[in-house]
Ligand binder design. Structure first.
Ligand SMILES: [Zn+2]
Length: 573
């Protein structure tokens, strides 16, 4: 059944693509219609995030447009089109709308507060049919048609959003590649050049060194009279590379956003050049090979490496000479230039003079060896007593010495200095627990301060299994406390005639909320769940509660199956 539905969806999508192909003039890869679209908001566009910005496990696929710290701003269709997808989820994009345009592009509007009345009615009907707040639908072509400039939604803060804003994308409808929305002529004021926070030199070859070091080193640099930057002379030998921590500020906001392009020249020759016009979702996670992941794990700062590191399969380079690596010969000098550019063309230039010179090392290279060497291209299995860990082939980008430790109900699988591209499997043996105890067990990941967080746990007999992409410490934890549920804006037996909303608090102390359902007089009602504020909200406009005396029953269940039933009655006329 499930496969059948998936096939239908796939068929509909390819039919849709075919229709577009037939009705469209051929689109050049780098021709973007500059005057086709209007802005999605009618306030000046101020950005809290740019396209291609470096994020966790992905490049940012759109613009984050600030909404003046408010929700509820009208969101406009940037062009005529038809709604091709609506999704509502607790995390991720929250409430999101996809609009397919006849010129071959699809615009995406995310973290919405709500949709326009027509679209809201359409999606609520489906939510009531499926008895679920979380839904995803692909309306038929032309079923929900909108005009350019029509209000399609209202901006919000739903899903994984940390403040009110509109996440806005323009994708190629056929390839689904996200493209930089600024390519379409949207205006964002920017007269500020990018900033370079830090620059690092990386000794890469086995006999490479930079400033008496075999590990990466930070370079000092100063601003020159002409506005460019100059680094102190670097002494190096062997194969080296560079990395930069950069950001860009636009006008009217202090947000540190991503830059548009970074170019590296050696003696006038381009060694690496990448920019963010577009990319593919298939490659976005390889950002973990672009940044210095170990540095990121330690300091939570992203250094963009200007050379191609092992496992890097990114296709975002315009030019890549010698993988961006520079072979330094003793006795020669090199002029390395880094050009960092924003979309508006403001450029920051940094020059690094390099002299080929081998020097005594300040300290020997640190020894990374442990008992276990992981060959990334092979599957690897390890038995750690209380738990077994299985890494499928190509879980990792490169071979490395892994640190594995075992304790009482706890295993440590290296640390957050190494990224995993795929999920690996961790299976705990819980045969030391009674079946009753096992019911409340789950696998938790411990953060640096040893606070547990639920890792999606699958139970079978006496084993608990989780699939995860995060290296670190995992333990068996017990959740014996059911979720907490209480009324936020009403009391037992209260008259709620003039109320527009019914609000409840729901939370769980340890494993987290898994699911909930709510009924009035036995009839399922849609309650919107906002996990960031632990709130369930029912909108009386849904008109289920039309009896005078209403009996509300809400059941909330946590991730190990503990559940709480909340009951209350109220009156309305
Ligand atoms: Zn965003």
């Amino acid at each position: 059944m499930f496969n059948f539905v998936r096939t239908l969806v796939a068929m509909r999508k390819s039919l849709f693509a075919l229709l577009l192909l037939m009705t469209l003039p051929a689109l050049g890869q780098h021709e973007y219609p500059v005057d086709a679209f209007r802005p999605p908001l009618d306030i000046p566009l101020v950005l809290a995030g740019t396209f291609g910005e470096l994020r966790s496990n992905h490049f940012h696929s759109g613009l984050d447009i600030k909404t003046q710290q408010r929700e509820g701003l009208p969101v406009y269709a940037i062009g005529e089109g038809t709604v091709s997808r609506i999704k509502i989820s607790h995390w991720g994009y929250g409430k999101v709308l996809y609009l397919a345009h006849p010129n071959g592009y699809t615009s995406v509007y995310a973290h919405l507060q709500k949709f326009s009345p027509a679209i809201e009615a359409y999606i609520k009907k489906i939510q009531y049919q499926k008895q679920s707040y979380e839904v995803e639908v692909f309306p038929d072509y032309g079923e929900l048609r909108v005009e350019k400039g029509e209000v399609i939604a209202f901006s919000g803060n739903s899903g994984s959003s940390s403040g009110p804003h509109l996440h806005f994308e323009i994708r190629n409808s056929i390839s689904e590649r996200p493209t930089n929305p600024l390519l379409y002529g949207l205006e964002v004021r920017d007269a500020t050049s990018p900033s370079i926070v830090e620059v690092y030199a990386y000794p890469l070859g086995p006999d490479a060194q930079a400033n008496r070091s075999k590990s990466k080193i930070a370079l000092n640099f100063t601003r020159q009279a002409d506005g460019t930057y100059l680094a102190d002379k670097l002494h190096a030998a062997g194969t080296i590379g560079f990395g930069v921590d950069v950001y860009d500020r636009q006008d009217l906001a202090a947000n540190r956003n991503g830059v548009f392009s970074v170019r590296q020249l050696v003696n006038g020759t381009v060694y690496s050049d990448l920019d963010f016009k577009d990319f593919s979702f298939a490659e976005t996670r390889y950002i973990n090979t672009l940044i210095d992941y170990e540095h990121y794990g330690k300091y939570n700062k992203r250094i963009q490496r200007l050379f191609r590191a092992p496992g890097n399969r990114l296709n975002i380079y315009n030019t890549l000479q010698n993988d961006g690596k520079i072979d330094i010969a003793e006795g020669l000098t090199y002029n390395v230039e880094l050009e960092v550019r924003d979309f508006a063309g403001n450029t920051t230039l940094l020059r690094i003079p390099v002299e080929g010179k081998r020097e005594p090392l300040d300290e020997p290279a640190r020894d990374p060896r442990t008992d276990t060497y992981v060959i990334a291209s092979k599957p690897n299995n390890y038995d750690l007593g209380v738990a077994k860990v299985y890494f499928p082939a190509n879980t990792f980008y490169e071979d490395f010495y892994i640190r594995l430790e075992k304790g009482q109900d706890t295993v440590t699988i290296h640390d957050n200095s190494v990224p995993a591209h795929r999920n690996f499997t961790l299976t705990f043996d819980a045969s030391g627990y009674t079946p009753e105890q096992r019911r409340q067990l789950f696998i938790a990941r411990l953060d640096e301060r040893l606070r547990p967080s639920y890792s999606s746990t699958y139970k079978r007999g006496a084993t608990l299994t989780t699939r995860t992409r995060y290296l670190g410490t995992y333990t068996l934890a017990t959740d014996s406390v059911a979720p907490q549920v209480w009324a936020r804006n009403f009391k037992e037996n209260q008259w709620l005639t003039n109320y527009r909303y019914l609000r409840l608090h729901i939370s769980d102390d340890l494993s987290g909320i898994d699911h909930y359902s709510a009924r009035i007089n036995g009839e399922w009602i849609l309650m919107e769940y906002e996990p960031k504020s632990n709130t369930l909200t029912y909108n009386f406009d849904d008109k289920i509660a039309d009896k005078t005396q209403c009996q509300l029953e809400v059941v909330v269940t946590d991730n190990v199956g503990n559940s709480t039933t909340f009951s209350s009655s109220f009156y309305r006329k």
